[in-house]
Design a protein around this ligand. Structure first.
Ligand code: MN
Length: 500
């Protein structure tokens, strides 16, 4: 009886969240998916002893919190029925339509796939890349499949305490290696940081607890310090006529831990375990606010980062600065608009809400034009590339691109984000296929250089073209660093071959 109440309670919660963002009040189909899935799973129980159906309900709630569409929520409720019950894809198709059946089928295939490859005797590295490849392929068919999979993993991580210790570590590792980078690449920080902290709790339990303890111990002192900074900042911004919301936020445990490991520091030596977050009304106000803060406190040289003019690959935008408070204490400040703040949390999902620049996109759906640029690119790769190894190469590069990025500029001042060690050929292809195909040499910071030259952060690059050139050099395939350049070069050769 208690379990039944719990299911009803969770279902009401789901509907309540959906009503808060979904314009329609007709939830008949959601209710039908709920009833069908509940009935199908009725004999099954989780390791915790609770009815199994608790799980898909939680997954649906996570996705509703991300404001996803009705089809995704229905598919979330039904995501384990094909795998674990008598129901088939055809049953779902008949009752809920093609879209929902397609999403459930996508999730089921991913589940089966991870079992298949874990039995295929691959090395750790191969296993990781295979998983990436599979997830990204699924994503390019319909990104909602991956979103359901991420929510599924998040709920399984939240209930990992019921698994055996070996299983806990194995699942946490996989989460950290495969699912976190995907969530990060999509910019969905709300999911990524949760997955990271949950994995850390199982993989590095001592570090997890000691950081947590330290944060609690220092809370009182920090509160006093931050309170003063916030008051001064608010007053300064107010005086400058800037309307702003000033808050402070602790960083996530895993990001603190990673910083300690990377910089070989103890927690006492790390000043940025929190950041002051300032939300203003416009991009212009972001820069004015930065000026106000640099007038109030001394900025630390080299720590000012302008991710507004130069957004990260996952669309993150913000101004970052580190400041010195009287008394010698350092603190970090992030300045954003409301829209940037939503992109910082929801990444690609916020982008759907605000639309891709130049397009008017209101809701998440599967139509091509509504996909973000990066996903479009992946779809293009997939069409162009039949060779598995090459696709894996592209994925590797793309995920590396995210970890170490350099920015190069066209003579007009357009910035291009490229992976470290990218060449002028990569730069040329990042502007346009035509420019890459006709590139013969380049001018870097005013000096003529071969087109194969490796670029440095901040280089101003001009591509010299020769329209009479017969196309790219096949050797470039071994030189270029970006997936875009590689696939565009391949494409050129494929097209020539077809003409013959
Ligand atoms: Mn599941």
């Amino acid at each position: 009886m208690r379990d039944k109440n719990e299911l009803t309670r969770l279902y009401s919660k789901l509907i309540k969240i959906m009503k808060s963002y979904h314009p329609s009040s007709d939830f008949t189909m959601i209710n039908q998916a709920y009833e069908v899935a509940k009935e199908a799973h009725k004999e099954q129980y989780r390791k915790s002893g609770e009815p199994f159906f608790i799980h898909p309900l939680h997954v649906a709630i996570i996705l509703a919190e991300l404001k996803l569409d009705k089809e995704t929520i229905m598919a979330a409720l039904l995501h384990d029925v094909v795998e674990d019950t008598e129901l088939t894809r055809e049953d779902l198709e008949r009752e809920f339509g093609h879209e929902v059946a397609f999403l459930v089928d996508g999730v089921t295939k991913l589940t089966n796939f991870s079992v298949e490859i874990s039995e295929a005797g691959l090395s750790k590295e191969e296993l990781k890349l295979e998983s990436f490849r599979k997830l990204i392929m699924a994503m390019s068919n319909d990104i909602r499949v991956i979103l359901i999979k991420l929510a599924d993993r998040l709920h399984n991580m939240r209930t990992l305490q019921y698994q055996k210790p070996e299983k806990q570590i194995e699942i946490s590792r996989e989460t950290l290696d495969i699912y976190c980078p995907i969530a990060k690449r999509l910019g969905i920080a709300v999911v990524q940081t949760d997955l990271q902290d949950l994995s850390m709790e199982y993989i590095y339990p001592e570090a997890y607890r000691s950081i947590q303890q330290k944060i609690t111990e220092t809370a009182h002192d920090r509160k006093k310090f931050v309170g003063r900074i916030i008051r001064q900042t608010k007053a300064g911004l107010n005086e400058a006529g800037i309307h702003a919301d000033v808050q402070f936020a602790l960083k996530h445990l895993f990001s603190i831990y990673r910083k300690m490991v990377n910089q070989e520091k103890t927690l006492d030596e790390i000043y940025d375990i929190y950041a002051i977050k300032i939300i203003v009304d416009s991009v212009r106000d972001c820069y004015i606010a930065l000026g106000v803060l640099h007038d109030l406190y001394k900025p630390v040289p080299g720590k000012v980062k302008d991710f507004i003019a130069l957004p990260k690959a996952n669309m993150y935008q913000s101004l970052h600065t580190t400041l010195l408070a009287p008394g010698g204490r350092l603190f970090e400040v992030h300045i954003k608009t409301q829209e940037m703040s939503e992109v910082a949390f929801y990444g690609i999902l916020a982008r759907w809400k605000y639309g891709i620049p130049g397009e008017n996109v209101q809701t998440l759906s599967n139509s091509q034009k509504e996909k973000a640029e990066w996903l479009m690119q992946i779809m293009e790769w997939q069409r162009d590339i039949s060779d598995n190894d090459e696709f894996i190469d592209l994925i590797k590069q793309d995920f590396n691109l995210f970890s170490e990025t350099i920015y190069c500029f066209s003579p007009k001042g357009d910035a291009k984000a490229l992976p470290k060690d990218a060449t002028a050929i990569d730069f040329a292809y990042s502007i346009h296929s035509e420019i890459g195909n006709c590139a013969v040499k380049c001018v870097i910071n005013g000096r003529e250089c071969p087109i194969e030259t490796i670029l440095n952060n901040g280089d101003m690059v001009e591509i010299v073209m020769d329209k009479k050139q017969s196309g790219p050099n096949p050797e470039w395939l071994d030189i270029v660093k970006t997936g875009t350049a590689k696939s565009k070069i391949r494409k050129w050769f494929h097209e020539r071959e077809e003409e013959r």
